[in-house]
Design a protein around this ligand. Structure first.
Ligand SMILES: Cc1cc2nc3c(=O)[nH]c(=O)nc-3n(C[C@H](O)[C@H](O)[C@H](O)COP(=O)(O)OP(=O)(O)OC[C@H]3O[C@@H](n4cnc5c(N)ncnc54)[C@H](O)[C@@H]3O)c2cc1C
Length: 431
């Protein structure tokens, strides 16, 4: 099987890369072993919320120079300010074209409300999530924070206490929904996605409205856990219409409905554009000749290799086994690629729990084009994208999704450029 490009890993980085490649008319296959970080994420996307020295970032694109000074190995610093700005705008446009309804912009971060009721800076948030602009007060009138009886992954009291501390009029309620009684029998099944499968059924809407209406009668807006609208926004819009007031969704503990919806929308867009996705398959080995990758072997394809001119490694970090940590060593399991500097074992973690943890910035070493290296030699046709890259801390710098989107798009643009040059050369030869 031969493609223009093969992408290893179908998380945010791999999918955005595949979407851009197929949009430009190239053939692309994505091999994706399993769940990705989006299934566990808030659904909001961070670009850059803090500099490494802890300074809060209000305008991410204006902070890129300071980031370069403080963190020259950060993927944004490697790519350079102008490229990051261009790719950020491209990411915003591609997400919109993929039918993902997000609010926010790279001009200025905004706050989203977390499942604990705190405010957290971010770049883009799903339309249904409660947000507040910088230096503004939330204006939602009396808020009813409605939990679901028996659903332990969301505590309305904690949220409403926190909102009250912010000076907002918030009250906590629990709605009892008999339609969930069967689910309630097994606590491990009582998770956001399973709840949504019941709440999304049109025949259950009347009961949900009947149970919620008296609780929220005095309120002007409703906060509830993101347990409704798994496949589409319709059930949420219908509930909103019937209750006659705006409903905002707060992310829950994983699996996260808001993250899964984002993943599904990207997947649909990739397929719509002719991309080939191989879910549940896993790249098991990579065949190289000199400094070029020729093909990859996968678990499900046996001795049939996937050949391509260009490859992208987007297998994620420790969370999805893109990187592996043993007691005293860290390695990239597919090709044993070079990693950025890994300190002595005793310095992998910081004793201060809330401080930046050094292991978060571990990852694959690349050249400035984000191409992988092994024993100091650069692979000419293997780009690295997403959480597997080294040199940044997605948690304390608030840049996880941004690095995935920008490095994924950078890889795609490099590959598109390669094929354009090939075509131009062929045309010249033909003349
Ligand atoms: C739990 C969690 C929550 C997060 N929440 C947020 C958030 O709310 N906002 C934010 O901005 N950022 C968040 N992040 C940061 C996150 O790293 C990025 O946002 C981004 O989703 C990472 O995408 P990725 O594609 O690089 O990697 P991943 O999402 O990890 O995807 C890698 C994929 O590669 C697959 N894979 C691995 N090995 C192979 C192989 N050999 N062959 C084929 N496939 C393979 C994996 O199965 C997985 O599907 C979160 C991270 C984690 C871990």
């Amino acid at each position: 099987m031969k493609y223009d490009a093969v992408v290893m890993g179908g998380g945010l980085a791999g999918l955005i890369c595949g979407i851009r490649l197929t949009q430009s008319g190239l053939s692309c296959a994505i091999v994706s072993a399993g769940q990705n970080a989006l299934h566990f994420s808030s659904g909001s996307l961070d670009l850059l919320t803090h500099l490494p020295n802890g300074q809060l970032v209000e305008r991410p694109l204006e902070a890129l120079e300071a980031l370069s000074e403080q963190s020259p190995h950060h993927p944004y610093s490697r790519l350079g300010k102008l490229a990051v700005i261009k790719l950020t705008h491209q990411a915003e446009a591609l997400l919109q074209q993929s039918g993902i309804k997000l609010k926010g912009s790279s001009d200025e971060n905004h706050y989203r409300i977390t499942p604990l009721g705190h405010k957290r800076l971010t770049w883009l948030s799903p339309k249904s999530v409660p947000t507040v602009d910088l230096h503004k007060k939330m204006k939602m009138g009396k808020i009813a924070v409605v939990g679901i009886e028996g659903f332990l992954d969301f505590q309305p009291q904690m949220v409403s206490d926190e909102l009250q501390r912010e000076g907002l009029a918030a009250s906590a309620y629990y709605v009892h929904l008999p339609l969930l009684d069967r689910l309630r029998e097994n606590a491990s099944e009582f998770r956001a996605i399973n709840v949504a499968r019941w709440l999304d059924r049109p025949e259950n809407m009347a009961q949900i409205v009947a149970e919620m209406a008296p609780l929220v009668a005095e309120s002007e807006s409703i906060f509830m856990p993101a347990c409704i609208g798994l496949d589409s926004e319709e059930p949420l819009l219908e509930l909103q219409k019937q209750l006659g007031k705006p409903i905002y969704l707060l992310p829950t503990l994983p699996p996260s409905l808001l993250g899964i919806r984002l993943h599904e929308a990207l997947l649909r867009q990739f397929r719509r554009q002719g991309g080939i996705i191989m879910p549940g398959d896993k790249v098991t080995s990579v065949n190289c000749v000199g400094s070029r990758i020729e093909s990859v072997m996968t678990r499900n394809h046996g001795d049939i290799s996937l050949k391509a001119s260009q490859f992208v490694l987007a297998t994620g970090s420790f969370f999805n086994n893109g990187l592996v940590a043993e007691f005293d060593r860290v390695y990239e399991p597919l090709m044993h690629l070079d990693l950025c500097d890994i300190p002595q074992r005793g310095q992998w973690t910081n004793k201060e729990f809330f401080a930046s943890q050094p292991y978060m910035a571990f990852g694959v070493q690349t050249d400035d084009q984000l191409r992988a290296q092994k024993e100091g030699q650069t692979f000419e046709n293997l780009y690295v994208a997403g959480a597997i890259l080294g040199g940044f801390d997605p948690l304390t710098e608030g840049c996880g999704a941004g690095v995935s989107l920008i490095s994924g798009l950078h890889a795609a643009e490099e590959i598109i450029g390669y094929f354009a040059r090939q075509k131009a050369m062929q045309a010249e030869v033909a003349q």
